[in-house]
Ligand binder design. Structure first.
Ligand SMILES: Nc1nc2c(ncn2[C@@H]2O[C@H](COP(=O)(O)OP(=O)(O)OP(=O)(O)O)[C@@H](O)[C@H]2O)c(=O)[nH]1
Ligand SMILES: [Mg+2]
Ligand SMILES: [Zn+2]
Length: 355
């Protein structure tokens, strides 16, 4: 019977990293399950603790807010004699789902750390938007985790399998799982993904994420939208939360995402559109604009129908956005560097004057 931390994914590699950060074993290993303003809730082998930030992490967060405690992070916590606890170290993340706060802004937000799978959840009470799914899949690839598309509320759609087949055809190489919490179909596949690590659920409000998480846990631990309170645009879940599963593994529930801006995204877009990228690679000219140049493999594929115009346009839009975000974050880094440089110059001038 594995202990709680092992069932949450703690392994020898994490332990080795922890030893380098905490050679005298003064801290308690914990996984962040929730963050409310400055306070994190973490699970330790001895149960849950609430902890503020220690000096080290505070310093790091002042420079980069995405490096603050995030749901899914592994942390080393120091317990204090007065029952307080502080997060003293966050272990470097293996994966991290990051999104841009708002389109065109360079601020990014870490949504979930150390997840192994990311589900783009759509409720079949509506027709899923392929463009939106592609966006979530790109975000998932970019995180380093394995994307999966989850079409839930299958009990409400007569043609669930057709919708799924269409999506499989549209999305190159991503699994599509059709499920329902009402009749339990498709849940085993999802449970297997979660049991193998940590499964994050992303998608619009009302898609059915919290209902899925509850179904995987086997208990109503998360609030779901009640039939009575059902209103448009209402978000039922307000914070991200990691919940351990009885059979091992964990699921991360998230509030509905209104906007899904790509964090930086170039690799995620490339992975999502592997088919388009390999066509691009076989265009005759390396800088082909796919605009009528000779030897353009993209045009040829569009002409013979093996690449749909919809997918091509989608790739173009996401690729432009990723390139834009990369430039923005470069600009942000440059601005930060400039600030440091200016301060140094000021200090240097100050010390020169004192001399
Ligand atoms: N028929 C049916 N209804 C479902 C299913 N899953 C969820 N629902 C309903 O869909 C509504 C929204 O479900 P939630 O789980 O709260 O959705 P959510 O994605 O967590 O929404 P936010 O927390 O706002 O992001 C609720 O009324 C659920 O009862 C399903 O498999 N079948
Ligand atoms: Mg919810
Ligand atoms: Zn071309």
């Amino acid at each position: 019977m594995p202990d709680l931390l092992t069932s949450l994914g703690w392994d020898d590699t994490w332990a080795a990293t922890a030893r380098t950060l905490d050679p005298h074993d003064e801290h308690v290993v914990a996984r962040v399950v929730r963050v409310d303003r400055g306070l994190s809730t973490l699970l330790t082998a001895g149960g849950p603790v609430r902890a503020g930030l220690g000096g080290g992490p505070l310093d790091v967060v002042a420079h980069d807010a995405t490096l603050g405690p995030c749901v899914g992070d592994w942390a080393l916590v120091r317990p204090w004699p007065d029952d307080r606890a502080t997060v003293e170290h966050l272990l470097p993340r293996r994966t991290c789902v990051v999104r841009a706060m708002a389109s065109g802004r360079s601020e990014v937000q870490a949504l979930a750390a150390n997840v192994t799978s990311v589900a783009a959840v759509c409720g079949l009470d509506q027709m899923p938007s392929v463009a939106r799914v592609e966006r979530l899949v790109a975000l998932a690839w970019e995180s380093g985790a394995q994307p999966v598309v989850v079409l839930t509320k299958a009990d409400l759609a007569a043609d669930a399998d057709h919708v799924a087949a269409d999506l499989v055809a549209e999305l190159a190489g991503v699994d599509v799982d059709v499920c329902s919490v009402e009749d339990g179909r498709g849940l085993d596949a999802l449970r297997a993904l979660a049991a193998a690590g940590t499964l994050a659920l992303l998608g619009s409000s009302g898609a059915g994420k919290s209902s899925l998480a509850n179904a995987l846990v086997g208990a109503d631990v998360l609030l779901t939208r009640g039939i009575r309170s059902d209103g448009r645009g209402r978000h039922t879940s307000v914070r991200r939360e990691l919940v351990p599963l009885p059979g091992g593994g964990a699921v991360v529930d998230t509030p509905g995402l209104r906007q899904v801006g790509l964090g930086s995204g170039a690799e995620g877009v490339a992975a999502t559109f592997g088919d388009v990228e390999s066509l691009v690679a076989s265009c005759r000219f390396a800088d082909c604009g796919h605009d009528g140049e000779p030897g353009c493999a993209v045009r040829a594929a569009l002409d013979d129908g093996s690449l749909t115009v919809r997918r091509y346009e989608s790739w173009r839009a996401l690729q432009r956005e990723a390139a834009y975000m990369a430039r923005r974050s470069d600009a942000r880094l440059r601005a930060a560097e400039l600030k440091v440089w200016k301060r140094r110059t000021r200090e240097h001038r100050g010390s020169a004057r004192r001399r």
